[in-house]
Design a protein around this ligand. Sequence first.
Ligand SMILES: [Zn+2]
Ligand SMILES: [Zn+2]
Length: 190
Amino acid sequence: MRAYVGDLLAGRETARAVTFSERLGTLVEDAAASEPVSGELVLSRAGPMIRVDGRVATRVALVCAACLRPFEQPLGVTIDEEFSRGGPGEHTPSGEPLGPEAFLMPIEPGDMIDLTEVVRQHLVLALPIAPRCSSDCRGLCPRCGADRNAGTCGCDTVGIDPRLQALEGWSGRSGDRAGKSGARRRGADR
Ligand SMILES: [Zn+2]
Ligand SMILES: [Zn+2]
């Protein structure tokens, strides 16, 4: 959904509440919004910029990192974003160059802003790095790969540190996963 902000920018309007409700579907691989994303957003003018505040919520379909089963959980995010005419990588009103931590969304030609994109980005950053279907998920057997939530497979796993069991079978892919989580965590810290 896009919103017209020309009246806000021109000072003919100071703030406007917008009801957001949209199906976003796939957010990233193995994560999709299974219900419409909905909530109330307030658009207001902040100097030459447009500020968007509010909260949206949905349910997301994920894949458990321990047992690999699909599951759903609620996901809500607080939106706090500013849009500027210059857009990303440009300058603040005072002429200071913006660092990556001051990333701004662009006000598009015709004084439109893309609310869908800002909501999508906030949801992606809020996704769990290692989702769990439940806090007591028993994961897969490190010996035979059986889903241990479904019962015991009979393998002898005594002597394996339970904290290390989850890592077995991931050798060779562990570096890859650490890289991905690292990137997402850095994004969430901005
Ligand atoms: Zn699980
Ligand atoms: Zn087993």
